[in-house]
Design a protein around this ligand. Structure first.
Ligand SMILES: Cc1cn([C@H]2C[C@H](O)[C@@H](COP(=O)(O)OP(=O)(O)OP(=O)(O)O)O2)c(=O)[nH]c1=O
Length: 203
């Protein structure tokens, strides 16, 4: 019998990252309300959302280990989610141009009625961009499904000057932290072996 791992996310980046380190999984995106509560800061917000996404799927699949995450960009205390349209995307990229912002990624692993969670904060600095460059970048479509309207793993890589923290958390799922959360559930990670519970079952 295999260890069942469910990724409660529609994000193709999160699927790629799990595949990168050999964590076999199914995908069952969670449909929850992602509204920010009045006065809620990015760190508690992203952790709450990751936990709610994990809990929603774990309630239906109690035998599984459910992974969920939530990523936002924070600048001047404002939380930037995904842009609603191209004008919004241009405004977001312009706001991030030539300065630093923080990427917050909440991550959660639910199993057996318990949820282990954490938040990674990473400072990212953009080089200065001209309006023409911003328009051309948004034209590619890359920003549209991403928090803060950029993807560090795509053409956005040519915009990022420095990253202070975990690169994979910027992409949407911190793998070092994920392994730590599994360990809190008593599940070990082995290179090449993947996830291993006490009796040697694999996921
Ligand atoms: C900053 C940044 C974000 N992103 C992505 C990761 C996430 O998919 C997305 C943030 O949206 P999220 O709401 O965290 O996730 P999602 O809507 O894609 O998926 P789900 O809610 O089902 O889990 O932004 C990148 O791919 N690269 C980046 O550099």
């Amino acid at each position: 019998m295999t260890l069942r791992v469910i990724l409660a996310s529609q994000s193709p980046r999160r699927r790629e990252l799990l595949a990168l380190v050999g964590i076999d999984h199914e995908v069952l995106p969670a449909d929850i309300n992602e509204d920010v509560r009045a006065g809620e800061q990015a760190v508690p917000y992203t952790e709450r959302l990751a936990r709610e996404k994990a809990a929603a799927i774990a309630a239906r699949h109690p035998e599984a280990y459910v992974i969920a995450a939530d990523t936002t960009v924070v600048v001047d205390g404002d939380i930037l989610g995904k842009p609603v349209d191209q004008a919004d995307a241009r405004a977001m990229v312009k706001r991030l141009s030539g300065r630093s912002h923080t990427v917050c990624t909440g991550i959660a692993v639910a199993h057996g009625g318990r949820i282990e969670s954490a938040v990674e904060q990473v400072d990212v600095t953009f080089r200065a961009l001209s309006d023409a460059e911003i328009a051309a970048y948004v034209e590619t479509g890359e920003p549209m499904d991403k928090a803060g309207a950029y993807g560090i793993q795509g053409w956005g890589a040519t915009i990022v000057e420095r990253v202070d923290g975990d690169y994979f958390s910027v992409m949407g799922l911190g793998l070092r932290r994920l392994v730590e959360l599994f360990e809190r559930h008593g599940v070990r990670y082995g290179f090449a072996a993947g996830l291993i519970v006490g009796d040697g079952r694999r996921g």
